[in-house]
Design a protein around this ligand. Sequence first.
Ligand SMILES: [Zn+2]
Length: 353
Amino acid sequence: MKHKLKLMLRRLVATGLHATGLRRLFRSRRIGVPILMFHNVGNPPQIEYLPAHMKVSEKRLEKLIDLLHKSGYRTVTAGALAKQLAEGGTPEDAVVLTFDDGYRDNHDVLLPILRRLGAVATVYVQTGPMKGRLNWLHHYFWVLHREGPHVLARRLAEHVDRVHLQADLTALPKDPVEAEYQLKRLLKYELRPDDRDRMLADVFTEMGGDDVKLASEVYLDPDACRALDQAGVEIGAHTVNHLILSSLDEKKQRKEIEGSLRDLESWLGHSVPSFAYPYGRTWDYDEHTIEILRDLGFQNSVTGMPGLNTHRTPPMELRRFAVNEDVNVAELMCEVDGVFTWFERRGFNLSVG
Ligand SMILES: [Zn+2]
């Protein structure tokens, strides 16, 4: 209830400050740079199976970039921002647009938008799918899109050999949204990763899914990646297989990170200073991950934790605001202007996440 009240108050404050233009008064006091996190752009039929929270339409994105420009912001890449922050400066007018995973629509749909509006972005690419290997999440989303959470859970229960997991899988809540949440939590944190990957791959194949075909339809290939790079879009690394790095030992973590770095270096012909953690919550990576990143020469890394960034923010744990089609523009612009940070520092917490 308290949380609901906070969300209502947050919406009310944001709507008022945005509609009156008063949010801009906070900008002069702004003490950090926002980095926005997107995934898919547009809704081509190939990505129909991916969930709505990963998508933003062309129209919405164009309007948002236009609004940022009109509000006095200029886009910079994550690498450029990190460099400035490392030199001790916190630029007043910078905003960073980032796009995770390396979807093909980032080339086909996003690039023309950036060109039209004179904006730049950073795209974090996982390189496994570019070589025809999809991670478990894609198998999961693809099957979920066709079967719904309950049927998928029942199918998975047939493949799992542990009794308590069988029970959990067959006792999902009735509500499909809650069921989906529970099922994803079980898959992400309860099942052994090897079991989960194998089971989902089996169900995906049983239903006629084809990794190589789907990967080539949905993900960038090296040529498209190069075209983005040459057009001024920064390409950052995002591992090979999009695993939860904190669940892996050091050796496996290094393989995932270094593998994607070497792939990108060979495709682009230059070094890659920027990285994004898969999933991006603080528990999805650990101190070994950061050590490995530093050792491999990465200069900065972004999380999925919300907040603004200053020269005091750890460069390997930069913060980002997640954005999708359903974003409330007033609230987002208030985050960008630092309104909620300003309130929070005065003991009035309207921040989320
Ligand atoms: Zn990702």
